[in-house]
Every structure is written in C-alpha cells, then in structure tokens.
Ligand binder design. Structure first.
Ligand code: GLN
Length: 194
C-alpha cells in the first residue's frame, strides 16, 4: 500500500508520522510518500490533504497539475482524506470567503463549506467528539476550522459539533474539520486505511 500526503504546505510531517505508525500497528506493508509535484498521485492507493492554508494549498496544487490528478484518483475510487483546510479543498462549494479569494476547489464532495467557522487562531480548541464510526469519543483539535453548512443526501454525516457538521464521508472521500494527526489517537487513520 502506498499512501501520499500532499506536501505543499501545512501539517505534512504529522500526517506522515501518524500514517507510518498506523501502518506499523496494522502490520501492513506500506510506504508513505510526500507529494509536491505532479506525477506521484497516480501511483498512490490513498491520499491525504492536510490542514494548513487552503488558499495556498489549492493554488499551488492547481499550478502543479495535482488537482486534475486528484480528481482522476477519486474517480478511480482511491481513498482521499482531507483534514481542516483539506476539507475546504474537497468541497464542491465554498462560502463568501472562498469566493473572495477565488481559491480552486476539488469539488469531490457534495458539500458547501464555511471557512474559519469557529473564529481565528485564538479561538482554537479541543473537543471530545462523538463520531458515528467509533464507540468512544475522539479528542478533536480544531484550529481555524471550517464546517460543512450543507451536505447532499449522498453524504454521510459522521459527526456534528454545536449543530455544525464537522466530519463526513461520501463513498471513498473522507472530510474532517479537525486535526486527527495532532493527537496520539490514531483511530481515524486506522479507519481511513481500512
Ligand atoms: N482556516 C484554514 C483554511 O481555511 C484552515 C485551517 C487549518 O487547516 N488548520 O484554509
């Protein structure tokens, strides 16, 4: 199994480490590679788009031709997980802030997103989140996190917080408002690789 982490900007190393540990725990042979340029997505079985600055990641992915490659990978049924800024990028539609920056979106999930929905950096917080896929709560770190303000029927909502959708899945695409790579709880990474 080969897993690619989009490595343009943001929490790249944290995801790489979490994925490597998860592979080791699963006793699964696999390799984690970082993706900065076109030509690598195709060889991956699963891809992670990390948190960071969605405007920057989106523009540079577009320039590199990675957006087109990710769309093709999603079409082929490859697993793609986006966390925080990654969730913004997976969405079909953005809010006024997204429109203002004219940032490219992948449009791989039938959702509308709102950036920085809980406020700025100072309003970052951790919450014990109830996800429908786990029995026990998950320690979720929210940093300038987006929310999903609208989801199509084909989207499965996995968690809400304060009435807002913060985790969702649509076929092979998984999107989270928070940062599972910043805690030692690797249940999300296990779920993703399952
Ligand atoms: N607010 C950022 C954005 O919309 C996301 C923040 C993050 O990924 N931690 O790009």
């Amino acid at each position: 199994m080969k897993i690619g982490v989009i490595a343009i900007q943001g929490n790249v190393e944290e995801h790489v480490r979490a994925l490597e540990k998860t592979l080791a725990e699963r006793e699964e042979k696999g390799v984690v590679v970082t993706i900065k340029h076109r030509g690598l997505v195709e060889s991956c079985d699963a891809i992670v788009i990390p948190g960071g600055e969605s405007t920057t990641i989106g523009r540079l992915m577009d320039r590199e031709g990675i957006i087109a490659e990710l769309k093709a990978a999603a079409d082929e049924g490859k697993k793609i997980m986006g966390t925080c800024a990654g969730l913004v990028l997976l969405a079909k539609e953005g809010d006024a802030e997204v429109a203002k920056t004219n940032q490219p979106l992948l449009g791989l999930m039938d959702v509308k997103v709102k950036r920085n929905a809980f406020g700025g950096q100072k309003e970052s917080f951790e919450a014990l989140l109830k996800l429908s896929i786990f029995d026990d709560v998950f320690p979720a770190v929210f940093i300038r996190a987006p929310i999903i303000t609208h989801a199509a029927d084909s989207v499965e909502v996995l968690a809400t917080l304060k009435g807002h959708i913060v985790a969702a899945k649509q076929a092979n695409i998984l999107a989270l408002s928070f940062h599972p790579e910043l805690t030692e709880d690797r249940r999300i990474h296990h779920y993703f690789l399952e």
